[in-house]
Design a binder for this molecule. Sequence first.
Ligand code: ATP
Ligand code: MG
Length: 433
Amino acid sequence: MNFIPISEAMRKGKGKVAVRGWVYRERGSNKLKFIVLRDSTNIIQCVLEKNKFEKQWQDIDKLQIESSIEIEGEIKEDKRAPTGFEIHATNFKLVGESNEFPINKDLNEELLGDRRHLWLRSRKMSSILKIRDTVLKSLREHWRSRGFYEFNTPSILGMQAEGGSTLFKVDYFGKPLYLCQTWQLHAETGIYALEKIFTIQPSFRAEQSKTSRHLTEYWHAEMEVAWAKFEELQDDAESAIKDVIKNVLAENKSELKILERDTKILESSLKKKFPRITYSDALKLLKEKKKMNISWGKDLRTIEEDKLSEIYDTPVIVSLYPKVVKAFYMKEADKHPKEGKVVLGFDVIAPESYGEIVGGSQREESIKKLTENLKEQGEDPSKYEFYFDSRRYGGVPHGGYGLGVERLLSWICKLETIKDASPFPRTMTRWYP
Ligand code: ATP
Ligand code: MG
């Protein structure tokens, strides 16, 4: 038998086909069996008649959900079938049995989490995973087509970059090291070799709080460029997100449909320019439109980001945050509002209350300022000597940003929790399977 994917068999639409996959649903009588077969491409109804399979009927009659099988037969259109086609089987082979597949509608979140390795086969999860693939591919293509090199950095580090509170300690042959929160510090040295670089690799954050948007391990798509201007970094983040949306809308129509995603807001995000406002503007807007009073200098929390996102039908870019709420490496602006010092940092906040999807900045070039910032955070600047070298030997203006792959995917698919954006999510309470 020359097997073809179910989607291809449906495109063919008539004649003889051979398909293989797993039993998605089954029902029948003692004369007739209806099997909905699933492979990675689609599902299709198959009909097996007892009088054609006398010898194998025992196997066929006992078939349970997720058994793997091969089927050959005639395909034809049938409006009543779940996907509009039906295969009348002439050949059947049982490949692998499945007894009492332990996934059903009544499982709570905890049990579905324990059985994640099996739940991945669901139409919901496999649709999300296909969209995830488009997201990753689009980001790579976005940067490659602009002359970026893929550049990787270690996950085990001797210093922090995003504040000590979310650091994971690693016992490294008796020495206390950390899991990386970002590739950034090493990337800032890499641009002196390659100028424009990106990576898509895991970052680790010891997130203590249970939220629908934090994982402890997530895939971080990051870029760093030499000679960068602050505006250009924002332009690139906007166009990277638009490239992702464009490809998902073009390539994942059926997955978005399975997820029942209304795509209106994805379409408006693709068409419109993302509004760019400053942190101070954001506080004004929140006061005027949402009756929220936030004192200048406080970081935007989940609740504020969510209220702000309600004002727009595209992502919004917020920049010029107070220096005190941002990381030590962000460059201080030349001009400051009367309220206090700001940095050339920006966040891209997703619509529909999905929070921050990108965080980026122009990087501070002054070793003196970097040292002061680190000391203020109680850090030992001597650990950062390699990093300072990027300023000592031919330093240039530069910057970059990091995009949370699962954050973006959560929004694109409108997921209830970020956990579903990852095949095997890691949180404070979830590390199995
Ligand atoms: P938040 O305030 O939402 O915790 P952050 O300011 O800590 O985000 P950054 O340090 O700027 O985030 O990280 C860059 C990007 O990585 C974020 O814009 C977000 O998309 C993603 N990200 C950060 N923390 C997590 C996490 N715990 N799980 C998943 N994605 C994350
Ligand atoms: Mg955080």
